[in-house]
Write a protein that binds this ligand. Sequence first.
Ligand code: HAM
Length: 418
Amino acid sequence: MTFQAPKGTFDWMPPRSEWALAVRDALAAPARRAGYGYVETPAFEDTALFARGVGESTDIVTKEMYTFTSRGGQSLTLRPEGTASVMRAVLEHGLYGGPLPIKLWYSGSYFRYERAQAGRYRHFSQVGAEALGAEDPALDAELIVLAMDGYASLGLSGVRLLLNSLGCKECRPAYRAALQDFLRGLDLDEATRNRIEINPLRVLDDKRPEVRAQLDGAPLVTDHLCGACKAYHEEVRGLLTAAGVAYEDDPRLVRGLDYYTRTTFEFLHDGLGAQSAVGGGGRYDGLSEQIGGPALPSVGWALGVDRTVLAMEAEGLLAERPGGVEVFAVPLGEEARRRVFPLVSELRRAGLAVDMAFGGRGVKGAMKAADRSGARYALILGDRDIEAGAVQVKDLTTADQTAVPLAEVVAFLKGKLS
Ligand code: HAM
């Protein structure tokens, strides 16, 4: 019997897996430099944390959760996203009693039972950042700038930022009602008509051409914002411009989770086909209270690691291989192996990235392995070299070869590779 990774999942294998690591590091780096501390929460939570059961609902919560009953009879769910977990942790640990905002970043696996397709998986990876406990447009702008800086540091030039405001509990109800009035007058199927009553904003996001064609005159949220929301949004836009970050206003931008208020945004990449969002986020001023906490206005984002690697591939940025070794040792014979082994250990302790040929292959196979490793230098040791107390150092890019006394190899290679 053989096995395959479950539908909608895949393995990261070398050398491509190096890019997943590099992307994770690069997307987190700007947030870490801006004072965000690392948080790690469990991969599963009490189901009720995600299915809050009140108000609006989204596909992520109603159709896509991996929910199971534990042996103890408790309903648990594999996390579909990170924000609710981070909020739960902050409330559980009482961090809101200390200095605000609480700035946290995270990275890990998320699970959604989605229709699997290119760029849309059932198990995927995100890097996220959340700033909890402050209502300050500079915080919204900071997070957006940090995400854009992360993408830019990977060399990506095709990431676009869409920006919107969804209003607050003062102005959203009137907008929601106006939108419902408009939508009820359209020719829609029953499932969509039901959606009008539960989550009308979601209908704006319908991708079907026959629905899209009817949405042209739909009321826009930005025309219904209260004075405070309008001023807040203007401030965010001004700060982004001041920081040199370009954005596109998109009054139809609707997010796939129900907790958003005011600022919402999405990072798109046009090289990805239908699943073009490489990241997204926004403000969620009411989430804390929804799960039993005090008022804790907050904002954050999550960036998709898998899709960011795909975006880099679309821009031809995966050509150069990250990671790999600098030196590859090739012992010719058993005595040579006994001598090369401690040398390799010594080189690694000196901070160099070193591999060696294993499995007693012939010279040809070993040299092939050296080439494939991506190393700059091969260290070759044969019987004559042992007698001479030296090792052959071959530059694999120029094929130049020099004999270096064994006692000097570490210093020699350190000098060459620094
Ligand atoms: P989200 O928009 O659901 O937001 O996910 C963020 C990013 O995760 C997406 O833009 C996408 O790149 C990636 N992603 C989502 N689902 C999949 C999938 N099935 N396959 C591959 N990649 C996927 C959130 O998760 C919110 N927690 C963001 C947030 C943080 N809002 C406030 N704070």
